[in-house]
Design a protein around this ligand. Structure first.
Ligand SMILES: Cc1cc2nc3c(=O)[nH]c(=O)nc-3n(C[C@H](O)[C@H](O)[C@H](O)COP(=O)(O)O)c2cc1C
Ligand code: SF4
Length: 497
């Protein structure tokens, strides 16, 4: 008989407690939870941090790390005799090439960049003091839920997790549902090139907690869950410290991720929280109607929630007026061939040149940029003047996504860059849709065969395979997984001649 949802989530805790999927663990956890051993094994092997518990060094193979010598670092680590694992992306693109030790703590190769001076006129203000009187929360309580949702609507706040969906629509939807309701914070930041939520949690944990408290109070959520990337232990510690200081009248719980990029997708994240493999659900029903444990659930990205206190305090019109063409400021991540990789809070809609100027300028001669993580593909420098915002980038067939901007100089062969992206998606597809599972593999093979033989015939089916993936995939991963190769072929034909 199928176990109740709440019971199944005990699988994760038991696996964590056992230190991962070592011999005999699946059976012991099965006995302990009453869930069949094969089922437990299926869950444990889905998540890399559980499936490979004895790894001593994890070396990032993301795009920004590849540009800074990730392949060499991997080779050196292997030669050292340590148990080494190549991993997709560690969210440390500003200190590339990145690696983690066996305790999942960063092995520092460079300091974090992008430190901003304190500027209280910014909604998040990463450089600001890490304290809060929680005056926005008090104000939200006094305003009442309708007025808070009206302010969020007026602000034009769009979700910062990638899709840019209007926040107020989700808030109204969850509030209209019957309780109990949940709030889930998506802190699973995993898109290559993206490391902004990490900085919010490290530098402004109180800002995030205040946004969480306001959102939970407004939609009537009893519990706030923070689903946090397993590799972000320093962030978890910062949030736990702040939570003790904040003394919120709210049940806030942490759930660790276990190394699966797909769990950033909101319904895969819910599956993981409920103790299953992180495979996205069919939508509808949307989480606002049927989310965590079947209840109405508000899911937001870290940055989205961190914008909320300032909106409540200063008003929706103020926030809307900060952007250029689209509302608000944006935490832009920038890495690759620039002087000072880091996170910078700027008006939503700045251009690449403006962003790079803040980051100290280009290194070398720029050739290409990826505006929003691996899923956004690559654009040529001819588009350096396009606003880095949701609509203008979508009009170019790309996307802002989570604003993980990576710059590539003219020494980079775009076939290499495309290959790194396709390897990432082949590793990270959850595999439940055949077009995505098979297509990710075909696209990776196509670019590898091309690189091996420099024969464009190997690329003949790339467009057709992309079409099948786009049409036949449940979630955004399958729909965009061809972007690295497709966009590189489209904009840099000289590298595929
Ligand atoms: C493949 C995939 C990966 C995603 N990864 C993340 C992520 O790491 N963090 C995040 O906040 N949203 C991620 N999203 C978007 C979430 O599904 C969801 O839209 C978001 O958490 C909603 O919050 P928002 O409205 O504040 O943007 C991902 C989506 C897809 C399709
Ligand atoms: S599109 Fe890919 S990642 Fe998304 S649900 Fe289908 S197989 Fe999984």
């Amino acid at each position: 008989m199928k176990k109740a949802n709440a019971d199944r989530s005990a699988i994760m805790e038991a696996l964590e407690h056992a230190g991962g999927n070592r011999p005999g663990v699946a059976r012991a956890v099965g006995d302990q939870t009453g869930i069949p051993e094969a089922d437990v094994h299926g869950v444990a092997t889905f998540y890399t941090l559980l499936a490979k518990p004895d790894v001593q060094v994890r070396v990032c193979q993301g795009l920004s790390c590849q540009l800074e010598g990730a392949a060499r670092l991997l080779e050196d680590a292997r030669l050292s005799g340590a148990r080494v694992e190549a991993v997709s992306c560690l969210g440390q693109c500003d200190r590339a090439p990145a690696a983690l030790d066996e305790h999942l703590e960063p092995v520092l190769t460079a300091p974090r960049g992008g430190v901003l001076p304190a500027d209280p006129s910014l909604p998040i203000d990463l450089g600001g003091p890490d304290t809060s009187a929680y005056s926005a929360l008090a104000r939200a309580m006094a305003m009442g839920p309708d007025a808070v949702i009206a302010a969020i609507r007026e602000s034009g706040l769009q979700g910062r997790g990638g899709a840019g969906f209007p926040a107020h629509v989700k808030w109204s939807g969850v509030r209209a549902g019957e309780g109990p309701r949940h709030l889930v914070v998506n802190a699973d930041e995993g898109e290559p090139g993206t490391f902004k939520d990490r900085e919010v949690m490290l530098r402004r944990p109180h800002k995030l907690l205040e946004g969480i408290a306001i959102a939970a109070h407004t939609v009537g959520a009893d519990t706030a869950w923070i689903y946090i990337r397993g590799e972000f232990q320093p962030c978890r510690r910062a949030l736990e410290r702040a939570l003790v200081e904040a003394k919120l009248d709210l049940d806030v719980r942490f759930v660790d991720g276990h190394g699966a990029y797909i769990c950033g997708e909101e319904t895969a994240l819910l599956e993981a929280m409920e103790g299953r493999r992180g495979m996205p659900r069919l939508k509808p029903p949307f989480p606002t109607v049927q989310g965590l444990f079947g209840r109405p659930t508000l899911i937001h990205n870290v940055e989205t929630l961190a914008c909320v206190p300032s909106i409540v305090e200063r008003g929706g019109a103020w926030f809307a007026g900060l952007g250029r063409g689209e509302p608000g400021t944006k935490l832009y991540c920038i890495s690759g061939h620039v002087q000072r990789p880091g996170v910078y809070e700027l008006p939503l809609g700045v251009t690449l040149d403006e962003l790079v100027e803040v980051a100290g300028g280009y290194v070398g001669t720029p050739k290409a940029f990826s505006p929003g993580g691996a899923s956004s593909g690559f654009l040529p420098m001819a588009h350096r003047d396009v606003p880095l915002a949701f609509k203008p980038l979508a009009a170019l067939g790309s996307m802002l996504g989570s604003a993980g901007v990576v710059v590539l100089d003219d020494t980079v062969d775009m076939a290499d860059a495309a290959r790194w992206g396709q390897v990432f998606f082949e590793d990270e597809t959850c595999g439940q849709c055949a077009p995505c599972r098979i297509g990710c593999s075909l696209q990776r093979r196509a670019v590898e065969d091309y690189r091996a033989h420099r024969d464009p015939a190997h690329l003949a089916n790339v467009e057709a395979v992309h079409h099948e993936m786009d049409e036949g995939s449940i979630c955004g991963l399958g729909m965009t997984a061809s972007m690295p190769l497709l966009s590189a072929m489209r904009h840099f034909p000289e590298d595929f001649a």
